[in-house]
Design a protein around this ligand. Structure first.
Ligand code: GTP
Ligand code: MG
Length: 171
């Protein structure tokens, strides 16, 4: 499978539409304490992981955790859709401030896969346009990721590539 070798001190930003498998990927390859998730943060500030009104506070909390982990020179994985450049800008800025290397891992199994998976989820009740818009935003921004400040960009473009990816750490 695709080899993803990340520095021990890095900020890894998962990028992908809802249902692309970000939380599953994070769980498989990283320790629970290394992952900061927008859904978890939403739950912490508003009791409900789907409470969209809590989004600004959830991201404020996410960024605070990100800063505190990087201050301690600890690896951190950001589990949110992160599909728009404006979603990513603040994250890269924070990583740069702490001299952490920014890594983008794009999970892109295709719109149909995302939509079909979400259709079977109790916790994701939104229309197909949501995934379509997220995919469109992701595609538009792909080529700009290096310019945004990501030193590594890994674009996994099928279920198989995502499933077989191997993540390792380098000193
Ligand atoms: P959001 O949190 O909504 O943005 O989605 P996500 O990108 O975190 O997706 P998540 O990892 O929650 O996966 C969505 C659904 O797809 C879950 O029901 C998973 O069990 C399923 N899923 C994720 N990855 C895989 C995979 O590699 N293979 C299969 N068969 N199912 C997967
Ligand atoms: Mg998730």
């Amino acid at each position: 499978g695709r080899k993803i070798a990340v520095p021990e001190f890095s900020m890894i930003v998962l990028i992908g539409a809802s249902g692309s498998g970000k939380s599953t990927f994070a769980r498989r390859h990283f320790r629970q304490t290394e992952v900061v998730s927008s859904d978890t943060c939403r739950g912490l500030v508003a009791d409900d992981e789907n409470d969209q009104a809590a989004t600004p506070d959830a991201f404020a909390l996410l960024q605070t955790i990100l800063e505190l982990r990087l201050k301690g020179r600890r690896l951190v994985v950001v589990d949110a859709t992160n599909v728009r450049p404006e979603d990513r800008r603040k994250l890269v800025e924070i990583a740069r401030r702490f001299h952490a290397l920014s890594v983008a891992i794009v999970l892109d199994p295709g719109e149909d896969v995302c939509r079909n998976r979400n259709a079977g989820r109790q916790d994701r009740a939104f229309g197909p346009h949501v995934v379509r818009n997220q995919m469109a935003a992701l595609r538009r921004g792909l080529r700009g990721l290096a310019r945004e400040g990501f030193r590594q960009v890994h674009h996994l473009t099928s279920v198989d590539e995502i499933d077989s990816a191997e993540v390792s750490r380098q000193r």
